[in-house]
Ligand binder design. Structure first.
Ligand code: F0G
Length: 452
C-alpha cells in the first residue's frame, strides 16, 4: 500500500469554531497583529507549536484514572521511572513540570559567570537559562544547517572542528558541558546523526567534558537516523534511542513533545554528586523527588507516552505527514527549510515576502496573511523573535509546527491550499511596524501596525 494512514482511530473530538474573513480581520486588528494575543478559540488550525498540544491515547487516558496522588513514593512515579529507565538506561531520573525547569536546575548547578556552553543550536529557553546563570551560550551548527534550500541528511549536526577550536580557545575548564539538541528546533527541526553524536562524544572524552542531550524530540531524531544513516535501517528505533542516550552523561527533556503529554519534563543524570545537588533544587522549586511539580496522573500519562512514541508505525506516520506538507509546499513554489524537519515545516519568509525588508518583519507579515486568509496560526522565527536591539537573525522563518496525532490529512490539505493561495498573491502581504514592545522576548506581547 502506498498510502500511510494515521495509525489510530478517533474516539473523542474537539469541535473547531469556524470564522469568516471579516471576523478574522477584526480579530487581527484587536490583537494588534500579534497572534499570541488572540483567543485560541478564534483559530481554525493551530500550528503555533507542537509542544503540549498533542492528543493522548486511550491507554494514556486510562493512566490518568490510575494516577496515584500520594505525596511521596506514589505508585505512578515508579511506573514512570521504570519506563524511562528501560528506554534511556539512565539510573537517576528527576521529574519536572516541563523542559525549562530541567534547564533551570541544570544551569543553576553548572552555569555561572565565565562559563561557556556549546550546543548545535540552543533553544530560546535553554539559552535564556544559561544566560540567566551568567554563562554564555554558543551555537556551533554545521554551515549547511544555516542555508534553507540546501539538502543534507543531518543538518542538525554540530561542527566538530568548531567545538575543538572553541575548547582550544577558551579552555576545557570554562566549559561545564557540551550539549546537542535533537532534533534541532531552532535550525528547522533537523536531526543529528549518530556519527555526529559519537564524534562529539570523542572530543568530550579527550577533554574530560560531559555531554548532554536536549532530548525533547529524541524519538523523531532516532527515526531519521534509522531512515537516513548508513547501517541503521535494520535497527529498532528503541535500540537507536538507547545508543543516543548511552553516549551521554545527562539529558534535559520536555515531555510535551516526544513524551506525548500536555505537561511534564525530565532531567536525566549520571554523576552522583550532581544528582544530590539537583535533588535539593528540585525539592526547593518543583516538588518532592517522586512527583517534581506534576500530578500522579501526569506521571502515568508520561510513562505511557514514552512507550508509544517509539512505535515505528507512529513515527512513520509522524515523519511522513510532516514531509507531505513540506513536499506540497515546495511543489507550489514555496521555499522551505529543506529537507522537511520532524515536527515542523519552516517557510523561508525572506523568499516568500521578497518585497518586505527585515526591519518590516516579512515573517510576521506572512503569519498575519495566513491567519487572515484561512484562520491558520503559525509562528514567526525571525526578526520579531530574534531581532530585538538591532540584532539580525541568520534566517527569516515562519514555523508550521504539527501537533502530534491531532490533525488529519484534510486539515493539512487545507493548510497547503491556503499557503498556495497566499503565495500566489504574496505581493499583497503588508509590511509591519512595531508600535509597542517589552524590553525582551517581544514576540509574545509586541503590538504591530500594518504599513501602507
Ligand atoms: N528545548 C527545545 C529544543 C524545545 O523545543 C523546547 C520547547 C524546550 C527545550 C523547552 O521546553 O517548553 O517544556 O519548557 N519548545 C516549544 C516550542 C516551546 O514551541 O518549540 P518546555
Amino acid at each position: 500500500m502506498k498510502t500511510i494512514i494515521e495509525p489510530f482511530r478517533i474516539k473523542v473530538v474537539e469541535p473547531i469554531r469556524m470564522t469568516t474573513r471579516e471576523e478574522r480581520e477584526e480579530i487581527l486588528r484587536r490583537a494588534d497583529f500579534n497572534l499570541f494575543r488572540i483567543h485560541a478559540d478564534d483559530v481554525l488550525i493551530d500550528l503555533l507549536t507542537d509542544s503540549g498540544t498533542g492528543a493522548m491515547s486511550s491507554l494514556q487516558w486510562s493512566g490518568v484514572m490510575k494516577g496515584d496522588e500520594s505525596y511521596a513514593g506514589a505508585k505512578s512515579w515508579f511506573v514512570l521511572e521504570k519506563s524511562v529507565r528501560e528506554l534511556t538506561g539512565f539510573e537517576h531520573i528527576l521529574p519536572t513540570h516541563q523542559g525549562r525547569a530541567s534547564e533551570r536546575i541544570l544551569f543553576e548547578l553548572v552555569g555561572g559567570p565565565g562559563k561557556i556552553v556549546p550546543n548545535n543550536s540552543h533553544f530560546d529557553t535553554t539559552r535564556a537559562n544559561i544566560e540567566h546563570s551568567g554563562a554564555k551560550a554558543v551555537d556551533l551548527l554545521i554551515a549547511e544547517g544555516r542555508q534553507p534550500a540546501l539538502r543534507h541528511p543531518f543538518k542538525g549536526n554540530m561542527d566538530v572542528g568548531a567545538l575543538e577550536r572553541l575548547i582550544a580557545e577558551v579552555g576545557a575548564a570554562s566549559i561545564p558541558l557540551v550539549m546537542l539538541t535533537v532534533t534541532n528546533n531552532s535550525g528547522g527541526g533537523q536531526p543529528v546523526s549518530l556519527e555526529n553524536i559519537r564524534a562529539v562524544r570523542r572530543v568530550c572524552d579527550r577533554h574530560g567534558l560531559p555531554l548532554f542531550l536536549d532530548a525533547c524530540r529524541f524519538a523523531e531524531n532516532a527515526y531519521f537516523i534509522k531512515r537516513r544513516e548508513p547501517g541503521q535501517a535494520d535497527r529498532p528505533v528503541r535500540a537507536i534511542v538507547r545508543e543516543m542516550f548511552d553516549l551521554c552523561d545527562g539529558a534535559t527533556i520536555s515531555a510535551k513533545k516526544d513524551g506525548l503529554v500536555n505537561i511534564g519534563g525530565l532531567l536525566l543524570l549520571r554523576d552522583a554528586n550532581l544528582v544530590r545537588r539537583a535533588d535539593e533544587l528540585l525539592i526547593l522549586t518543583e516538588g518532592f523527588l517522586t512527583y517534581g511539580g506534576l500530578a500522579g496522573r501526569d506521571l502515568e500519562a508520561m510513562a505511557q507516552g514514552f512507550e508509544e512514541v517509539v512505535h515505528e508505525d507512529y513515527l512513520q506516520y509522524r515523519i511522513r505527514s510532516t514531509e507531505y506538507l513540506g513536499e506540497k509546499l515546495l511543489a507550489a513554489g514555496v521555499q522551505i527549510v529543506e529537507p522537511p524537519g520532524g515536527h515542523a515545516i519552516y517557510i523561508d519568509a525572506a523568499a516568500f515576502c521578497s518585497h518586505i525588508p527585515p526591519e518590516h518583519f516579512p515573517g510576521q507579515a506572512l503569519v498575519v496573511g495566513l491567519y487572515r486568509e484561512a484562520g491558520i496560526r503559525a509562528c514567526e522565527i525571525g526578526s520579531v523573535m530574534f531581532g530585538q536591539g538591532g540584532r539580525r537573525p541568520a534566517m527569516e522563518l515562519v514555523r508550521l509546527a504539527i501537533p502530534r496525532r491531532v490533525y488529519t490529512q484534510s486539515h493539512i490539505d487545507y493548510v497547503i491550499e491556503a499557503i498556495a493561495a497566499v503565495h500566489a498573491r504574496r505581493a499583497e502581504l503588508r509590511p509591519l511596524g512595531i508600535i509597542e514592545e517589552p524590553p525582551s522576548l517581544r514576540h509574545f506581547t509586541a503590538r504591530f501596525r500594518e504599513r501602507a
